[in-house]
Design a protein around this ligand. Structure first.
Ligand SMILES: Cc1ncc(COP(=O)(O)O)c(C=O)c1O
Length: 473
């Protein structure tokens, strides 16, 4: 392990070699075989372009756009592009944030602070809404009303309507949901919220940059953006299907008045007056320049072609699932997600990983079984045809192995979870040495415990991993 602060500086080439070596332990970000975390258009030269643009603006500080107008110009260009793609009008405004979670926290903050008279503001979401809404509610002390989705995995307008109270500051839904990739009935939900005088946010963080192109390609998807009456804000992550380097999302509001309570202003100290539209204050221009370069280089026609390749890959992967005994599609593959069920999904995920396909296991939730999630990007199109044979082999191997060995953790409560207990569990599950390739036993254990216990176990495990490296003498 290298030292971050060596006594004497280390030559640049050595450091880059070390970083490359370190990266070898990571999942492959390119090559069309990783179905979560990364979004790869597989366009030659794009990485280099985005990195060069990132470097030009890395030291620019978004704290003060009058000092760095380059950043303001880039942000306004990105917001303008997003508004154009997502049904914005003359009055649409927006902000560039660091990611989907920040965009959602700010949508909730703007809604909460637009109703300062409320002592217990509430947020209504369907149960498939992204976890970032729960984080927003937690950070902002807003009560969360979670409405179970219907059998079609979509928010039910009647059930959502019934959850709205006079204290509701925001109703939100997904276009599409992350776990299943299905689009909520946005027009009906937005109409209900508008009728009750409540803000309505569309979380298009995940699919906001691919849905418009899928629609252009003929996909039968409902309207979901600012063109829908009653939608007051919408978020779209550029580091997802706009294929920008990590760290850029956009939050659009229908009008400037709706955006105003999102801002934080403070003049009550001896330093500079701080006016922040988003959570961070000092922030790098790097991700913003990287996103702008990516978007300008791909262009509208490029995104259409990338969406076509993504769709092609979704169809090939879905057909492989449908045609393989022992697995089935759990959700209709109507956007860019393939979500499947299997008898022992956690073992299957390991077997797929052993064959070079890195999927994302999802735990059971309420009535929903455990599933395997695949976020599909354009890079998958050339490799998708190889999936069917490996899926069949992985299913056969899963059958042979049977369920993952189970540790008995019934009776465990969050209060019982200590760092020592988690360290012992991690050791006995084979995680002690930092090898995370065999996860079936871990996932099976996590799947059997209640959500609160899972949260406590994983919190403690992450805390165990996050220990300062010891400096050598
Ligand atoms: C629908 C949706 N909303 C919000 C987020 C949060 O985005 P981020 O991880 O960029 O904070 C995600 C991430 O996958 C998402 O899929």
């Amino acid at each position: 392990m290298f030292e971050a602060l060596p006594e004497k500086g280390v030559p640049g080439q050595q450091i880059l070699d070390e970083l490359r070596e370190l990266r070898r332990a990571d999942l492959p970000t390119h090559g069309g075989r990783l179905f979560a975390y990364v979004y790869d258009p597989a366009l030659e030269g794009l990485d280099e372009l985005a990195q060069a643009a990132f470097a030009i603006s890395a030291h620019v500080n978004g704290l003060d756009p009058t000092a760095f107008p380059s950043l303001l110009a880039m942000e306004n260009a990105l917001v303008g592009a997003a508004a154009g793609l997502l049904g914005g009008g003359d009055e649409t405004v927006g902000s560039v944030t660091s990611g989907g979670t920040e965009s959602l926290i700010l949508a909730v903050k703007a809604a909460r602070d637009s109703r300062p008279e409320l002592t217990a503001p509430r947020l209504v979401i369907p149960s498939t809404a992204h976890a970032a809404f729960a984080k927003a509610a937690h950070y902002l002390r807003v009560e969360l009303d979670v409405v179970p989705v219907g059998a079609d995995l979509r928010a039910g307008p009647e059930a959502m309507a019934a959850a709205i109270t006079p204290d509701t500051v925001l109703v939100a839904a997904s276009a599409p949901s992350y776990a299943h990739g299905v689009v909520d009935p946005i027009p009906q939900l937005a109409a209900i919220a508008a009728e009750r005088g409540v803000r309505f946010h569309v979380d298009a963080c995940f699919g906001g940059w691919v849905l418009p192109y899928l629609k252009r390609l003929g996909a039968d998807l409902p309207p979901f953006d600012l063109s829908v009456p009653g939608v007051t804000s919408i978020s779209v992550d550029l580091h997802k299907y706009a294929y920008a380097p990590k760290g850029v999302s956009i939050l659009l509001h229908r009008t400037e008045q709706l955006r105003l309570p999102q801002y934080f202003a403070f003049a009550g100290w001896p330093g500079y007056t701080m006016i922040n539209p988003i959570i961070s204050s000092t922030r790098s221009g790097g991700p913003i320049a990287g996103a702008l370069a990516t978007m300008r280089h791909i262009g509208d026609a490029g995104y259409l072609e990338l969406a076509r390749r993504t769709r092609e890959a979704v169809e090939v992967l879905s057909a492989a699932v449908t045609e393989t005994d022992g697995v089935s599609l759990f959700a209709p593959p109507e956007t860019s997600v393939v979500c499947l069920t299997a008898e022992n999904p956690f073992v299957l995920a390991d077997e797929l990983a052993a064959r070079g396909w890195h999927t994302q296991p999802q735990m059971s939730f309420g009535d929903l079984p455990a599933t395997i999630h695949l976020t599909v990007t354009a890079a998958v199109a050339p490799t998708a045809g190889e999936f069917a044979a490996d899926l069949a082999a992985a299913v056969a191997a899963t059958r042979e192995r049977g369920p993952a060995p189970q540790l008995d953790v019934s009776g465990l409560t969050p209060e019982m979870i200590t760092p020592e207990l988690v360290a012992g569990l991690a050791e006995s599950l084979g995680l002690g040495g930092g090898d995370f390739t065999q996860m079936a036993a871990v996932n099976s254990l996590l799947d059997t415990v209640p959500p609160a216990v899972r949260e406590a176990l994983l919190t403690s495990f992450l805390s165990l991993l996050q220990r300062p490296a010891k400096t050598t003498e």
